[in-house]
Design a protein around this ligand. Structure first.
Ligand SMILES: [Zn+2]
Length: 165
């Protein structure tokens, strides 16, 4: 009987989409911190993205649903542990994840000049459709608390911006 390695478990985790941004998986999101294996146990460590993000319960359930039956085959227990430090930041998004976000129509974090945010102003966010920098903040909260909502002044495209933290 084959016993899965930490890399094998990571590959399974890469099949699990982020509940709020289904084009990204939870590994690309930087939510999965690591997998630790012993002969009898599999431990998956995850870090919440935004504090109090309601998606974390869904992510924990998704991980358990995907991994528990596999761990049971190997007579291993499966546990999900939340790790709060160091805190998740948008820097943990992989480059591939940033590109996928943009292709999905969400202006990714990190491709913005955030200096205006220091003055309490909305950061400059480029339109994911036409790349225009002439955009207007419509609402600090978009489809979820993790995103703010913008409209492009040039092509009139409404879009979400994944907030930079
Ligand atoms: Zn535009």
């Amino acid at each position: 009987m084959v016993t899965r390695s930490a890399d094998d478990w990571l590959a399974v985790l890469q099949q699990i989409p982020d509940p709020e941004i289904p084009v990204l998986n939870i590994v690309e999101m930087g939510i999965v911190r690591g997998v630790e294996c012993t002969d009898s146990a599999v431990l998956v460590k995850i870090t919440p993205t935004y504090m109090g993000c309601p998606a974390m319960d869904a992510i924990t359930d998704d991980i358990k649903a995907a991994l528990t039956p596999l761990a049971r085959e190997e007579n291993r227990t499966m546990t999900v542990e939340l790790v709060y430090a160091p805190a998740w930041t948008t820097d943990w998004l992989t480059v591939a994840a940033l590109d996928k976000l943009e292709a999905y129509g969400i202006a990714p974090p990190g491709k913005t000049t955030d200096k205006r945010a220091l003055n309490g102003e909305a950061p400059e966010v480029a339109c994911p459709k036409c790349k225009s920098a002439h955009t207007t903040l419509v609402s600090l909260f978009g489809s979820t608390a993790c995103k703010s909502h913008y409209r492009c002044n040039d092509c009139a495209e409404p879009f979400d911006h994944f907030k930079c933290i």
